[in-house]
Design a protein around this ligand. Structure first.
Ligand SMILES: *[C@@H]1O[C@H](CO)[C@@H](O)[C@H](O)[C@H]1NC(C)=O
Ligand SMILES: *[C@@H]1O[C@H](CO)[C@@H](O)[C@H](O)[C@H]1NC(C)=O
Ligand SMILES: *[C@@H]1O[C@H](CO)[C@@H](O)[C@H](O)[C@H]1NC(C)=O
Ligand SMILES: *[C@@H]1O[C@H](CO)[C@@H](O)[C@H](O)[C@H]1NC(C)=O
Ligand SMILES: *[C@@H]1O[C@H](CO)[C@@H](O)[C@H](O)[C@H]1NC(C)=O
Ligand SMILES: *[C@@H]1O[C@H](CO)[C@@H](O)[C@H](O)[C@H]1NC(C)=O
Length: 934
């Protein structure tokens, strides 16, 4: 009986500890409609409806990966606010915080969402949805800074912010402790299980902490490529002792890769890098080595002196086989393409072995709004019943400030303005308000406030104070009259009493104190003592000003030095980072593939193209073949010619860069291959071929009407504009021409062949040694001085616009003679005011002359001899959009000449200057101009 009850107790204890572990998890199904237990993991998911989140609305997700928690998402309004989930934490305990984003199918007219994710006041990541059918995962390891954290979505640049799930997983003891955790969070960039048995991730319950361990087989996430020959996958079913620091799951440690030919070599993309990172390697000997056998290896690449010299001998380091050895690098600076190799030592009989790796980026923790200020805001909130304004979430100032406050941009932020007019506040003004030294405006009018004005002697920055229409009583503080910045004081309709401080009545301050029955001005006879009082107050105030001034000065000094410090850190970071990889196209990491292109084996490409049997074109870099991947996706496969111009490593780096550049007007890169000296790029297939074929192809193919041409011009201009301004450093296309503008199945244009030979140099010279470009499109200034800039692309794009207008080829002896090209020809005609003569004959009769003129004008500006005279892509886009509106008749011709657009106001248009020269239509400001009619 006793033993039975013991057993029962033990059982209950075990049960409760298991349940405890799980109930400490917080798993929120955002947009979910009910609470439920996930049948696969056994985890309890709760819906965020109402109790957790009062904003946004639940939306159905059309494509799901089957898991319940991805069937709905929560969409937030598109506005300037932030939307936050508050999660309870234990201060200083470490947690894994995970947010996932699965949009589902993009509806008609929806834009791909792009918005910011914040953890408290720290920017965590920018969520960029590039493929709506995939899930995006963001993980952060934190030591909780207080008793709760806020996870906020805000600042959408396209689409609406949304979220699918939010998960909080407590970690044990000192897991993931770092030397820097007072000041840095750790954003997980990669966590890979090598030698995995399947493509599935490993997580709870195999990992009691529910980390997600990606399989190295999951090629779609692609960021991982193994390159060493002789790499073999091994596994064991024996137990592995993983009780070291990070407690990786046994299942992950039971599999590994081994370099049987002496080396293990991997390449891996790290999003949002270069950065400083924490890197962990997990080794456990899972092969049975004979007595005379050894496994010893070194890290050969990247070369860190401290680590590369060390010889890893797993069994010895771990003190036995089937035991984890977990070396880690506390702080390494990594590029976003990380290549690493382990190589066996000469005296070792076995090759290197690797079970798992983990890499996390340090993210500096940004301070939240000054806590004393927040105390006052919370006290004010408690004075009002459940109104919407009291429910604003997250930090009052970052990333977006609450509606009723205004903040400084200092770190930490402070409150400068409280705007609570007519908010139904009941009770007394909280006395802590005296701590808000930076307050300049206080609006508490039209409430039901009672009691006196509390001590506010510290609020010397106050400019505007509105307390009218309340039930406030007591005396006005004497020092109010000496606040140096006070401009407005409204206290009418209250129950104040006593004397009005004379400093308030000098006329410098706008004051209204009507309808305060007990309030009165100082009586005349007291003036003498008043004066003395006033003088002494004046002296006191002067002292106060000096004191505060010097305090502020000291504070500024401190702030400056701390700024200097960060600046120094920043520059050392930059020195470590190679400029060629300093891209700021910021995206989170993978899990279910972020649309990053991936490595495709040559065999798969051969199969897809049926051994390169269908040639569909020649691009500037090589021959292009049609193909169809196993999943049915149609692709264009480009074999890069001339293998000497690119080193393999450069190719890989460039491809990694290119695969991060996504824009709907750029042809997407799907994958790449470098095998047997072949370098191959796989692009999405564009069904309608090149623009060149549509303009210059056989006559019956010529069906592009003017609106279609304008659409194509706008699309391709947007693609180029993105290369020039959306990427950092900017990318010069170098070979803009109609055969590099492709048309998809909906006849929307996408620019291809961009960026494949160095990005624009970071310095302003843009010197380039690689000559590129096509006759007829080449910037003459580039000929002259070999300087390639964004304006060279503008020149080439001007030629494309002329082709769209005229239907003529850039160089053609039959059209223009041997000496001339399209630019000379068109310029001469347009300067004569004869735009109609250049218009493609198939268009005549179906176009509005004004819209032709708008394009002709901007095209001629594009092909200006001097680069500085050419417009930027943004200006060109505006011109095309105007032409489009004119053509569709939605743009009054009045408006066209009213100088309303930036392009027109900033520059005298060719049209008007031409008219000035001709001196025929001096009054061009009203009425429509129809040059061809003259
Ligand atoms: C789901 O669970 C949470 C937390 O236990 C609770 O607050 C909420 O009311 C539950 N919602 C439903 C729909 O049962
Ligand atoms: C919660 O669910 C109800 C019923 O499904 C719905 O009407 C309401 O809008 C939801 N609230 C939120 C904040 O999503
Ligand atoms: C947390 O650490 C304690 C102490 O080492 C250990 O007994 C316990 O099993 C750990 N919990 C988990 C879930 O690993
Ligand atoms: C890591 O090392 C760099 C360079 O030595 C240093 O600037 C930085 O503060 C260190 N810590 C973190 C968390 O980046
Ligand atoms: C280890 O010893 C076994 C037998 O003792 C022998 O057959 C084998 O060749 C040895 N291996 C090496 C690498 O020396
Ligand atoms: C906050 O201050 C800025 C700059 O002074 C101002 O432009 C903005 O309108 C203010 N916001 C509010 C809510 O008063």
């Amino acid at each position: 009986m006793a033993s039975y009850s013991h057993f029962l107790l033990l059982y209950l204890f075990l049960m409760s500890s298991v349940i405890c572990q799980v109930t400490e998890f917080i798993s929120i199904d955002c947009g979910g409609t009910s609470n439920y237990t996930d049948p696969i993991t056994g985890l309890a998911w709760i819906s965020d409806n109402g109790t957790i989140m009062n904003y946004g609305k639940s939306a159905e997700v059309e494509i799901t990966n089957g898991n319940m928690q991805y069937r709905r998402r929560r969409d937030f309004p598109i506005d300037s606010k932030k939307y936050c989930y508050t999660l309870g934490t234990k201060e200083r305990r470490r947690y894994l915080v995970r947010a996932t984003f699965q949009y589902g199918i993009l509806g008609n007219g929806d834009a791909y969402p792009q918005f910011d994710l914040y953890l408290d006041a720290t920017k965590w990541s920018t969520v960029v949805v590039l493929d709506a059918s995939r899930g995006y995962v963001k993980e952060m390891i934190i030591r909780a800074p207080s008793s709760s954290i806020d996870v906020c979505m805000c600042c959408a640049s396209t689409g609406s912010p949304f979220i699918s799930t939010l998960e909080l997983r407590p970690l044990n003891l000192s897991m993931y402790a770092t030397d820097f955790e007072d000041n840095f969070f750790l954003e997980v960039a990669a966590r890979v299980n090598f030698g995995a048995l399947s493509k599935d991730v490993i997580r709870y319950p195999d990992d009691p902490y529910d980390r997600i361990w990606d399989s190295d087989l999951e090629k779609r996430q692609n960021y991982l490529v193994g390159v060493a020959p002789g790499t073999v996958r091994i596994n064991t079913s024996k137990y592995i002792n993983t009780r070291t620091r990070e407690y990786p799951p046994v299942k992950v440690m039971q599999t590994a890769v081994v370099g049987t030919q002496g080396a293990l070599s991997y390449r891996l993309n790290l999003d949002d890098f270069p950065a400083n990172a924490r890197a962990y390697a997990y080794f456990a000997e899972i092969e049975d080595l004979g007595a005379n056998e050894t496994r010893k290896f070194k890290l050969q690449q990247p070369y860190f002196p401290d680590y590369s010299n060390a010889v890893v001998n797993i069994a010895e380091n771990a003190n036995g086989s089937h035991t984890l050895y977990e070396p880690s690098y506390m702080n390494v600076t990594l590029d976003f393409v990380l290549s690493f190799s382990f190589v066996k030592t000469r005296d070792s009989t076995r090759g290197p072995l690797l079970n798992a790796i983990e890499i996390s980026k340090y993210i500096r923790i940004e301070p939240r709004t000054d806590s004393q200020d927040v105390t006052v805001l919370n006290a004010l909130r408690s004075l009002s019943a459940e109104s919407a304004w009291t429910k604003e979430q997250g930090d009052p100032c970052v990333p977006a400030q609450w509606d009723w406050v205004n903040c400084t941009s200092t770190t930490p932020p402070r409150i400068t303005k409280i705007a609570l007019s007519g908010k139904n506040l009941k009770g007394e003004i909280p006395p802590e308000i005296n701590n808000m030294e930076t307050l300049t405006e206080l609006w508490l009018d039209g409430n039901l406030l009672t009691g006196p004005i509390p001590g506010i002697s510290n609020l010397v920055n106050l400019k505007i104070v509105h307390l009218e229409n309340n039930k406030l009583s007591g005396q006005l503080p004497k020092y109010l009259g000496s606040f140096p910045n006070l401009q407005e004081l409204y206290i009418q309709n209250n129950y104040f009493s006593g004397e009005i401080p004379s400093g308030l009545l000098t006329g410098k301050i706008t004051i209204n104190y009507e309808h305060n029955p007990g309030l009165h001005k100082a009586a005349g006879k007291k003036i003498h003592s008043k004066l003395i009082l006033g003088i002494s107050i004046g002296i006191l105030a002067a002292l106060l000003v000096v004191l505060i001034g010097s305090l502020l000065f000291l504070r500024n000094l401190q702030r400056k030095t701390s700024h200097q410090k960060t600046a120094v850190q920043g520059s050392s970071l930059r020195v470590n980072a190679k400029p060629s990889t300093a891209y700021s196209v910021s995206r989170g990491w993978h899990m279910m593939d972020e649309g990053v292109s991936y490595y495709i084996p040559l065999s798969e490409i051969e199969e897809a193209t049926k051994k390169f049997s269908k040639k569909i074109g020649r691009g500037s870099f090589g021959t292009v073949y049609y193909g169809q991947m196993k999943d049915g996706k149609e692709v264009a496969v480009k074999i890069m010619g001339d293998s000497t111009t690119h080193m393999t490593q450069q190719f890989v780096t460039e491809v990694a860069l290119l695969s991060r550049i996504h824009h709907r007007n750029l042809v997407p890169l799907i994958g790449y291959c470098e095998e047997e000296n072949q370098r191959i790029l796989v692009y999405e297939y564009m069904h309608n071929g090149t623009l060149r074929d549509h303009i210059h192809g056989s006559v019956n193919q010529k069906r592009l009407d003017w609106l279609a041409r304008l659409q194509i011009a706008e699309d391709s201009a947007k693609g180029l504009e993105y290369l020039h301004t959306g990427c950092n450093p900017s990318i010069i296309h170098r070979d803009v021409k109609t055969s590099n503008i492709l048309l998809d199945i909906n006849m929307r244009a996408k620019v291809s062949d961009f960026g494949l030979s160095r990005q624009a140099e970071e310095d302003l010279t843009h010197v380039s040694s690689v000559a590129r470009g096509t006759v007829g499109y080449l910037d003459p200034e580039y000929y002259a001085n070999q300087q390639l800039t964004e304006k060279s692309d503008v020149y080439s794009f001007g030629v494309v616009l002329l082709e769209l207008l005229s239907g003529k080829k850039p160089v053609s002896t039959e059209d223009f003679g041997a000496e001339m090209n399209i630019v000379h020809w068109a310029r001469a005609l347009i300067r004569k005011g004869d735009a109609m003569s250049i218009v493609d004959p198939v268009l005549i009769g179906n176009v509005k002359i004004e819209s032709i003129w708008r394009i002709a004008e901007v095209a001629i500006q594009c092909v200006e001899q001097r680069a500085v005279s050419r417009p930027g892509m943004q200006e060109i886009i505006l011109a095309i959009q105007e032409a489009n509106k004119i053509e569709k008749g939605t743009y009054g011709c009045q408006k066209l000449h009213s100088g309303s657009s930036k392009a027109q106001s900033s520059r005298k248009t060719l049209l008007t200057s031409f008219l000035e020269i001709e001196n025929q239509s001096p009054d061009s400001s009203n009425g429509c101009l129809v040059p061809a009619a003259r």
